[in-house]
Every structure is written in structure tokens, then in C-alpha cells.
Design a protein around this ligand. Structure first.
Ligand SMILES: NC(=O)CC[C@H](N)C(=O)O
Length: 274
């Protein structure tokens, strides 16, 4: 039995609103310690990512979605220096990745990962911005349950053993787009695509609304970097930790634990073994 203690950090502040849900999911996923930390405490140097192996970026409305969801937050991450150090937050995150840490960005956290260039992280390039998340085709905030299909060939450590997953989305800017067709082809051929929105009856990716709630290219709901250790997705697995979260729980025979927990359990197991 491995004795590695898994320490997870969940960031908050500046408009984040899913930190408690995410911390709860990480906890029942098996982490030994879960700290909810204000981004300002990292920026002022009082908390360091060095003390953690699992970085969680939750959903919300960072800076009120000003300039586009997570755009202002991405600038802070890339350009604000940590007090008393010559380092920026992004440098601390790059060191964290180098040390083998795991990063999970959900919804606003995913938007933050793509807008900084940390994803798609093709062949270790964590600074070039190649993809984005923009306004839903419907032109409105989408708050509904969707069905996802996992790519069995993706290196993503978070989705091991998952074939399909039902989870909610709640976003205004969830449409996944790429800079050009070459980027999209690379994501596909190098298995960066982790989750796609599917028609639950057919089990295949769909562009049909509302099964695909935002019009994402190739129905993409989540992607990973080349190592499989950085994962971002628009839907919320942390919002399905208990059977009563499911909209049809009174009519279905569901296990006590919600299916979203597996994402967090996989992360913790991976860290225990590494
Ligand atoms: N739930 C979320 O994290 C929402 C993200 C972002 N504010 C959007 O509406 O797209």
C-alpha cells in the first residue's frame, strides 16, 4: 500500500463560486488534504503550489467574465508577479507541472487553462494559445444535463475506466473552437480530445442542440495536454457526487455515489502510485 499523502489545492476568489463543491469531490475522491485557497494568498507568497500535487481550478465568473470568461484571470496568471519573488503565477504553475503535479480545470477553470495556453499543451508547449471557449451558439446561458463519451485512446489520467458520463453544464461561453483546422486535426490525431457531447440514444458525438449544448467543434467537451496530467472540461463532474444530484434519481436505480467522483478518485490514485 502506497504511503504517498495526496495534498490538493482548490483556488478561489475574484468571482469563483464552485470551490466548495470541488473541494468536496476531491475529498470523497480520497485526497488526504484539501485546502481552499484564495488566489491572493498565492500571489502574496503566503501559500505555495510546492506544497501540493493536485491543483483544482473551479467554475465561476472570474472577474465577472470581463473581456470574456477567464480572460482577465488569464492575464493575472501570466503577468502578475508573486510578492517578494521574481516569479509570476504561471512560472509557479509551470514548475508544478514539471514536478509531475495534476491540474483539473472545470468550466471557468477550463476557460482559464485555454486562455493562458496551458491547454492544449501540445508536445509540452504550455504558453501558445491555440484554442478557446466562446459564446454558446444558443446565445444564452445553458444549464442542463448532458451525456459525455470518453476517448479510450486519450492519455488523460482522470478518465481511466470511464466510458460514458452524465453531468450538468452551466455556462454561457462553452463553445470549444480552434485557431484553425490544423489545430483541430492535431487535437484529434494526438488524442487530446477527452470528452465529447453525445446523443445518449446513439452514444455518438453530436452537433445537435441541446444534446451538444453550445455548438463546440467536433462536440468537444474536454481536452488534455500531451502528458494526460492537465485536464479541462466544461461540464461539472463535481456536481454529481451523490445519486440525488441526478435529475431522475427518484425514477432510476442509481448507486449512492455520483458517477462524477470517479474523475477525482482517478486523480488521487494516480498520485498515490507516482
Ligand atoms: N459555471 C461556470 O464556471 C461558468 C463559466 C463562465 N462564467 C461562463 O458562463 O461561461
Amino acid at each position: 500500500m502506497s504511503t504517498v499523502k495526496v495534498r490538493a489545492i482548490v483556488t478561489t476568489g475574484y468571482g469563483t463560486n464552485c470551490e466548495r463543491e470541488m473541494a468536496h469531490a476531491v475529498k470523497i475522491g480520497g485526497a488526504d488534504r484539501v485546502d481552499i485557497v484564495h488566489l491572493s494568498d498565492i500571489l502574496d507568497g503566503s501559500i505555495s503550489l510546492k506544497d501540493y500535487q493536485f491543483l483544482n481550478l473551479p467554475g465561476g465568473f472570474l472577474d465577472g467574465d470581463n473581456l470574456g470568461a477567464a480572460q482577465a484571470g488569464a492575464h493575472r496568471l501570466k503577468y502578475a508577479k508573486i510578492k517578494g519573488k521574481e516569479k509570476r503565477l504561471i512560472d509557479e504553475i509551470l514548475e508544478f507541472i514539471e514536478r509531475g503535479g495534476l491540474i483539473l480545470g472545470i468550466c471557468n477553470g477550463f476557460q482559464l487553462l485555454v486562455k493562458t495556453g496551458l491547454l492544449p499543451g501540445i508536445n509540452g508547449d504550455y504558453t501558445t494559445r491555440l484554442v478557446s471557449l466562446t459564446y454558446n451558439d444558443s446565445g444564452r446561458f445553458e444549464d442542463r444535463w448532458v451525456t459525455l463519451k470518453a476517448n479510450p485512446n486519450s492519455p488523460c489520467v482522470f478518465t481511466r475506466g470511464i466510458e460514458y458520463l452524465e453531468v450538468p453544464v452551466r455556462h454561457g461561453e462553452g463553445k470549444f473552437v480552434t485557431l484553425n483546422q490544423d489545430v483541430l486535426k492535431t487535437l484529434e490525431s494526438q488524442n487530446h480530445i477527452v470528452f465529447q457531447y453525445v446523443d445518449p440514444k446513439l452514444g455518438e458525438p453530436t452537433q445537435e442542440y441541446p444534446l451538444n449544448p453550445n455548438g463546440s467543434e467536433l462536440a468537444i467537451a474536454g481536452i488534455t495536454d500531451s502528458t494526460g496530467r492537465i485536464f479541462g472540461l466544461m461540464p461539472h463532474p463535481e456536481a454529481f457526487t451523490h445519486r440525488t444530484n441526478h435529475p431522475r434519481w427518484t425514477r432510476m436505480d442509481l448507486p449512492e455515489e455520483g458517477a462524477g467522483v470517479q474523475i477525482f478518485r482517478n486523480a488521487v490514485s494516480y498520485l498515490r502510485q507516482s
